[in-house]
Design a protein around this ligand. Structure first.
Ligand code: KAW
Ligand code: ZN
Length: 588
């Protein structure tokens, strides 16, 4: 009845106004905690999250009064999202406060953890330990940092994590979800989502197996066979990254043709005295070249682009912040002058550009079409930026060599970032979904984790692991309770987006040479998709941009096809690993 519809419209207007006030206040308190970790700021953040959850609970109850069955689809979608409040649904306020407190404690443990190699020399993850993993080739030192980091982070939060799992499951069950994983997957609005990502992973496994074989062979040459188990696994501390999730930091050992120019532009950035600010201005220039929205002055005034030097403890893991007031948008990144951070800066700015494109939407629609879309925006831009041609154009690659060997080297550099990541991006939530659905009990947390790491990623722990350890907790997204399958989805989607944008830009030739810089045709199509936010099911904006209706690994595989041909020839039958983790004697 239109009386009900009129009242409903007024409710939505009220919700939208109030939500901007409540969410921006909460963002400000959360920002203060993330950029200055103190007991006082943690308590304020816990209370602010609690009040925000209670407000969302109240709004959900008010929305439930309306019979939306006769409403137009858009109004129905807005009511659905207002009632979809996740863990805020926990009715018991004491439990809701405990949930927020447990999360804040795990986040604090992770972000303040330090590894003491001597009594006085205690290193934080960012920048010190990360830099060691990128630069050191000392196997023993890497092993000590690998074990030390897990002792200071994951090991200290095992009990907190079991508490979190129980409280989160209890909360989402009041909304009718089977468990937290069921709730997280529902956000993709795709009945077959779990099967879809599983078949994408199966489709991509052969590519990963070829890359793994080549990298293992080169690392054996560097470190000697004795460090490598007979099972075929690569010890996880030798891949240039604390989690072995991306291998581009050891690319200097892995170039098929070593006598070609170095593609890692870190040294050139240092030589040109790049600053964090300049890195972000280079990224900003790219978005502006597409005709998209440049970063507003508030972004430059409010962001934290470098780790503070005043002794403050901060959450260094990069993130992008929407203050839900249409004005304040910030990045928090402990930026170092490296190519990895150059790439992360584009990734974070991609989140900000999405915020800017959908800031006119009702608050309930200020999100990615699905979470994979949000993670893909910046990475799509990086696929153009990181081409040798573009790096040369912006002065970071002095000599541009364009021949087959240079091409193979470039594809290897990209594969060490994109193909290497796929099993990792896939397995984190395989572990978490199994925990949430009760298939993995606390007594098996670490065993289940390493089963996935050994079987799917083909990496093994450098020392024996036990259930005293809690290695999942050593990765940011577990204590910070950030879903991870979004990155796996993004790594597939970003090549479908790249192909569509390159077509729009009139690119001809292989996909891996495409650079959409200055293409307002590409920018217009991207902007049209981003400005929709989450107002429609993701397949609609997806089809508008790509003319596809499903995720497909084909554009990713086409992009890397020349490298796969090279690797298959190099590897022959010398590839693969036994699924089970190798037996290791406990640390002597
Ligand atoms: O975690 C990140 C980047 C951090 C983030 O931008 O994804 C950040 C994570 C986060 C989520 C929630 C609270 C705090 C941090 N996500 C966002 O800031 C964000 C903001 C708005 C919407 C969605 C995500 N990258 C992943 C891997 C990765 C994907 N693409 C990359 C490109 C370059 C380097 C790394 C990656 C990682 O480091 O394991
Ligand atoms: Zn992200």
């Amino acid at each position: 009845s239109n009386v009900n519809e009129t009242a409903a419209g007024e409710f939505l207007d009220m919700y939208n106004t109030e939500a901007q006030r409540v969410f921006s206040a909460n963002a400000a308190v959360s920002w203060a905690f993330n950029t200055n970790i103190t007991d006082e700021n943690r308590q304020k953040s816990i209370q602010s999250d609690l009040q925000t959850d209670l407000w969302r609970q109240n709004m959900s109850h008010q929305a439930a009064v309306f019979n939306t069955s006769g409403f137009d689809p858009d109004m129905q979608r807005q009511f659905y999202k207002i009632k979809d409040i996740g863990t805020a649904a926990l009715e018991d306020v004491a439990k809701l406060e405990e949930l927020n407190s447990v999360l804040a404690q795990m986040s604090t443990i992770y972000s303040t953890a330090r590894v003491c190699l001597t009594k006085t020399d205690c290193l934080p993850l960012d920048p010190d330990i990360t830099r060691e993993f990128e630069k050191s080739r000392n196997e023993e030192r890497l092993r000590r940092l690998w074990v030390g980091w897990r002792d200071e982070s994951g090991k200290k939060m095992r009990q907190l994590y079991t508490q979190f799992v129980d409280l989160s499951n209890e909360a989402v069950k009041t909304l009718g979800y089977a468990d937290t994983g069921d709730y997280w997957r529902s956000k993709y609005e795709t009945e077959t989502f779990e099967q879809d990502v599983a078949s994408l992973f199966e489709e991509l496994k052969p590519f990963y197996t070829e890359l793994h074989a080549f990298v293992r062979r080169r690392l054996k040459a560097q470190y000697g066979d004795s460090v490598f188990p007979a099972s075929g696994h690569i010890p996880a501390h030798l891949l240039g990254n604390m989690w072995a999730q991306q291998w581009n930091s050891v690319q200097n050992l892995l170039m098929p043709y070593p006598d070609q120019p170095i593609l890692d532009v870190t040294a050139e950035m240092v030589k040109q005295e790049y600053t964090a600010e300049r890195i972000f201005h280079v990224a900003d220039d790219f978005f502006a070249s597409l005709g998209l929205t440049p970063m507003p002055q508030e972004f430059w005034n409010g962001s934290m682009l470098e780790k503070p030097q005043d002794g403050r403890e901060v959450v260094c893991h990069a993130s992008a912040w929407d203050f839900y007031n249409g004005i304040d948008f910030r990045v928090k990144q402990c930026t170092e002058v490296t190519m990895e951070h150059f790439s992360t800066a584009h990734h974070e700015m991609g989140h900000i550009e999405y915020f800017l494109q959908y800031k006119h939407q009702p608050v309930v629609y200020r999100g990615g079409a699905n979470a994979g879309f949000h993670e893909a925006v910046g990475d799509v831009i990086s696929l153009s930026v990181e081409t040798p041609k573009h790096l040369h154009d912006i002065g970071l690659l002095p000599t541009l060599v364009e021949n087959n060997e240079a091409d193979t080297n470039f594809l290897m550099a990209m594969a060490l970032q994109k193909i290497a990541f796929l099993p990792f991006g896939y397995l984190i939530d395989q572990w978490r979904w199994s925990v949430f659905r009760g298939q993995t009990h606390p007594s098996d947390y670490n065993k289940a984790w390493w089963k996935l790491r050994c079987e799917l990623q083909g990496v093994s722990p450098p020392v024996a692991r036990t259930e005293d350890d809690f290695d999942p907790g050593a990765k940011f997204h577990i204590p910070n309770n950030t879903p991870y399958i979004r990155y796996f989805v993004s790594f597939v989607l970003q090549f479908q987006f790249h192909k569509a944008l390159c077509d729009a830009a009139g690119h001809t030739g292989p996909l891996h040479t495409c650079d959409i810089f200055n293409s307002t045709e590409a920018g217009t199509k991207l902007g049209e998709m981003l400005s929709m936010g989450s107002s429609k099911v993701w397949t609609e904006p997806f089809q508008a941009l790509t003319n596809q209706t499903r995720m497909s690994a084909q554009p990713l595989m086409d992009y890397f096809q020349p490298l796969m041909t090279f690797l298959q020839k190099e590897n022959g039958q010398d590839k693969g690993w036994q699924p089970d983790c190798p037996n290791l004697d406990p640390i002597s």
